[in-house]
Design a protein around this ligand. Structure first.
Ligand code: TYM
Length: 333
């Protein structure tokens, strides 16, 4: 049976890239009735320094973001990673399976560690092995993510394959990255060659899930574009990264396609298209941020939801760890 797993880091602000690349698609998958497990990956967040009070708040706010985006904690399993110790247990085993050469190829480590990799934490380096554990401790088969996480899911497959090969078993499945839709790589509003990211120092580069209507409209009005009118088909977006990005965002927010959007707006100037995009973005995002703010007034309820989710997650993860230990030869009773 197919089983979906995905995770989001509770660090910094949730933004439109997280929503379109992840949350919105999770809600869509839930509607299709797939068994889904979603995790606030707090252990991943602390691979770089997090202020403890901010981390606590970000974890709850992220949970609120999931629920406000339509993920129902009764239908899906929603929890934070540190409450399910099996993730860290399997991660250690995978630290012993993954090869240094594989880790050295990870582009996210290179981006995050920057020039002075000697100063990066050991956890940041081992990050992808923990991510493999997140997925495989549930024997998940499908991993919906944005384009930037593809390499990590491929590494997860390499780890599963090597574990299975080394121990002569077929215990771990080969999970597949699911990267589909018009907005698997939402770009910065200031620079069409950089992805929208919580770590971009310019707040104008991204739309945060908690931005109010005026802020959203102002950011879209100021978004970088080129001077030409919108083309009438997708081919006309080649070499126009900023135009492509805004059209992708429109298509994803309206559950439409790039072709359909260009069919409607082809030939129009950005001065006409941008107000339509603002209207659509505010229309879709405002109810989510309102609901998030509402949920955040009752953090005790959020904590209870995460606690129940963690208990359900452990029911799946505990037997997997027991069997893994047996396969590896770790003595237990
Ligand atoms: P994170 O927290 O950086 O991002 C969460 C999700 O949002 C997607 N995303 C984007 N999608 C489109 N355009 C963008 N600009 C954009 N920015 C972010 C990400 O691809 C991701 O799907 N390593 C993961 C978290 C993780 C995880 C896992 C994911 C930990 N364990 C297991 C899946 C399965 C991360 O840092 O995502």
């Amino acid at each position: 049976t197919p089983r979906v797993f995905s995770g989001i880091q509770p660090s910094g602000q949730l933004h439109l890239g997280n929503y379109l690349g992840a949350l919105k698609r999770f809600a869509d998958a839930q509607e299709r009735g797939v068994q889904s497990i979603y995790c606030m990956v707090d252990l991943h967040a602390i691979t770089v320094w997090q202020d403890p009070a901010d981390l606590r708040n970000a974890t709850r706010e992220l949970a609120a973001g999931f629920i406000a985006s339509g993920i129902d904690p009764e239908k899906s399993i929603l929890f934070n990673q540190s409450q399910v110790p099996e993730h860290a247990q399997l991660a250690w085993i995978f630290n012993c399976v993954a090869r240094l050469g594989w880790m050295n190829r990870m582009t996210q480590f290179k981006d995050k560690a920057g020039k002075n990799a000697e100063k990066a934490s050991l956890g940041l380096y081992a990050y992808p092995a923990l991510m493999a554990a997140d997925i495989l401790v549930y024997h998940a088969t499908h991993v919906p993510v944005g384009e930037d996480q593809k390499q990590h899911v491929e590494l997860t497959r390499d780890i599963a394959a090597k574990f299975n090969h080394d121990y002569g078993t077929d215990f771990f499945p080969m999970p597949e990255p699911v990267i589909e839709g018009a907005a698997t790589r939402v770009m910065s509003l200031r620079d069409g060659s950089k992805k929208m990211s919580k770590s971009d120092p310019s707040d104008a580069s991204r739309i945060n899930m908690t931005d109010d209507a005026d802020t959203i409209a102002a950011k879209i009005r100021k978004a970088k574009t080129d001077p030409d009118a919108l083309p009438s088909d997708a081919k006309g977006l080649e070499g126009r990264p900023e135009a492509r990005n805004l059209v992708n965002i429109y298509a994803a927010l309206s559950d439409s396609t790039v072709d359909a959007v260009l069919h409607e707006f082809g030939g129009q100037q950005f001065s006409a298209f941008k107000p339509k995009l603002s209207e659509l973005a505010v229309d879709r995002l405002a109810p989510i941020s309102t609901e998030m703010a509402h949920l955040m007034q009752h953090t005790d309820e959020i904590d209870a939801i995460l606690g129940r989710g963690a208990a359900r997650a452990r029911e799946i993860a505990t037997p997997v760890i027991k069997q893994t230990y047996e396969i590896v030869g770790l003595v237990g009773s």
